[in-house]
Design a protein around this ligand. Sequence first.
Ligand code: BMP
Length: 223
Amino acid sequence: MRRYPLIVAIDETSCDKALFSLASSISPIVSGFKVGIPTLISCGLGFLKELRSAANGAFLIADLKLADIGDVMVKTTSLVKDYVDAVIAHAFVGREGALDALVDSIRKWDLKLILVASMSHAGSLEFYDADLDRVLGLVRELAPWGVVAPATRPEVIKRVRIELDGVKIVSPGVGAQGARPGDAICAGADYEIIGRAILGSKDPLGAAVQAGEAASRCQAQRL
Ligand code: BMP
């Protein structure tokens, strides 16, 4: 079966078996899972290992939101590198002494890097969006696998799509933060990130199918 262009965000702080059986039931229809810091701190790195076997081939992203000097970002990434396919880092820390070192190690480890280019909350307008041209210039130089751009502001996604050909766009903000499923894909994103609207639903599988169908319709329109 074809996977929907959805990435399920796991930020839960309870690490019980129910979460794995939920992940396991959703995994055949979604493209990936993104595991956030609340879950990594609460459940430990063992969570990633267990999720890998529940994921049925869906890719795994460690959402570490790295924003430090290169040495520390590399050390942090080395702790998860054997369990995930990709890590997320902030772009604003800049290249020299920071992202340059991370990019080198990520290449060596055959991981994917996703850089935050713009965020889904309103405060993103204060810094990221105010300097979006320079952020996108840096992203273009570093050529990561993907960028984060907000489903809540499709106009930003459209701009990122035009400026960064060939870079995957992953878009959070769907459901709990107000964007409708499909909005980001229609604007040019490759994947929509959805957390609470799926995992907090009474029927997570049904919620994933509904969001996935909306996203797929947009994908089909763009082809
Ligand atoms: P939710 O669908 O429950 O709002 O979750 C969104 C997820 O996307 C969270 O894991 C959050 O950390 C992440 N995220 C976000 O909401 N906005 C951003 O700009 C970047 C993110 O990674």
